[in-house]
Design a protein around this ligand. Structure first.
Ligand code: PLP
Length: 384
């Protein structure tokens, strides 16, 4: 049999992804995938073991701290679903803190599972009210677990962990943190905050490729959940037991994504870990915010609440501005941005994460200016 036609070479340069995942990855991360690893092979098991160890190190945890890093197939949402479904026991009750689409998604997961639940909503441009969490936990002893989103990627707001975690600890409940878009760039002290479960994924701040999520779980909490999982494929304790007894995922692992991730973790370490990476993202955010500000764009959030991960801007009032055309103009210039996801106001979002540097943000601002001129917008823009 003759070989089919060879794969054409990739475009000289892919478009830059100013989105919160999938994101622009390094050449090294892409190259790490040019292999076929067998899931039964001890060499691959070694890679998985190394990845799990490195994830604890990224969290500043040592193997004696009582936490395990457990990879789970699927995108980030699968990891959240795995953590919620595995952590909250039958008869337990989940309090969800929601100030954006990802908090609402956790609530939806709880609904689908028929979990006893309650939601505390706050405005999309304000952090959760820790006093209200304290009151809810005091008056409702049935609540066993609290779910908080760290960086709410809907707006880019950074929800402070400490006030909520303090209330959860005082009342002796368990905290589940969706740190999907912050872990790896913003240091989080799981032990000090008393976080029992932290969920993140391969293609956010660690800059791997999509294909799996991972959960950092406090072993004693996870083991206490027993062996009656709500889901077979997303059973977190089952996955941990398999990884420990056989070195393997229970079902087909995303081998290429794991190889890429091992490389991404090495690049994170070389950049100075979460502190170093966080500095680059903050520099990206600042270059973006000042450039967009010069053009007359108004950010959605109060700077005190704004995190370095993703920045949301109001649509300008200029009638010549139409988001679909703006998006197309930027895409034609090799840059992909992200639409808004808010319920009340029109926004669009620009991600600062992935293999992007200050120079890329400056280049993006130039492309934004060109595109606005092409659309016929007056510059600087009139306020929204
Ligand atoms: C990206 C993200 C998720 C997961 O989204 P997937 O599309 O399933 O990867 C969950 N929570 C937050 C805060 C996120 O940013």
């Amino acid at each position: 049999m003759s070989d089919p036609a060879p794969t054409p070479p990739p475009a000289a340069r892919d478009k830059l992804l100013f989105t919160p995942g999938p994101l622009t990855t390094s050449a090294g991360v892409k190259q790490a995938m040019l292999r076929d690893a067998g899931s039964w092979d001890v060499e691959f098991h070694e890679v998985v073991r190394g990845v799990r160890r490195s994830l604890l190190a990224v969290a500043g945890l040592s193997p004696d701290d009582g936490y395990d890093a457990i990879p789970m197939q699927g995108s980030g949402t699968f990891g959240v679903e795995s953590a919620i479904g595995s952590a909250v026991p039958r008869g337990g009750k989940l309090l969800v803190l929601a100030n954006g689409a990802y908090g609402e998604r956790i609530l939806r997961i709880a609904e689908c599972m028929d979990l006893d639940r309650r939601v505390l909503r706050s405005d999309e441009t304000a952090p959760p009210d820790a006093g209200a969490v304290d009151a809810a936990l005091r008056e409702d002893p049935a609540i066993t677990h609290v779910a908080l989103v760290h960086c709410e990627t809907t707006t880019g707001i950074l929800n402070p962990i400490a006030p909520v975690a303090g209330a959860v600890r005082r009342h002796g409940r368990s905290l589940i943190l969706d740190a999907m878009s912050s872990f790896g760039a913003i240091p989080i002290d799981l032990k000090a905050e008393g976080i029992d479960y932290l969920v993140s994924s391969a293609n956010k701040c660690i800059e791997g490729v999509p294909g799996f999520s991972f959960i950092l779980a406090r072993r004693a909490a996870l083991e206490a959940t027993g062996t009656r999982p709500r889901s077979h494929s997303l059973d977190l304790l089952g996955q941990l037991r398999a990884l420990e007894s056989t070195g393997q995922f229970r079902f087909t692992p995303p081998t290429h994504a794991i190889l890429a991730f091992a490389r991404a973790l090495a690049e994170l370490e070389a950049e100075g870990g979460p502190a170093g990476r966080g500095r680059r993202y903050l520099a990206n955010h600042r270059a973006l915010a000042s450039g967009m500000g010069r053009l007359g764009f108004v950010p959605l959030l109060d700077p005190a609440l704004q995190g370095p991960i993703i920045t949301a801007f109001h649509h300008p009032a200029d009638p010549a501005f139409r988001f679909a055309d703006f998006y197309k103009g930027l895409s034609a210039r090799g840059m992909i941005i992200y639409p808004g996801k808010l319920t009340k106001v029109d926004t669009f979002r620009i991600g600062n994460i992935g293999r992007l540097f200050e120079a890329d943000m400056v280049q993006l601002v130039h492309a934004v200016e060109d595109t606005l001129r092409e659309l016929g917008c007056g510059l600087p823009l009139a306020p929204p």
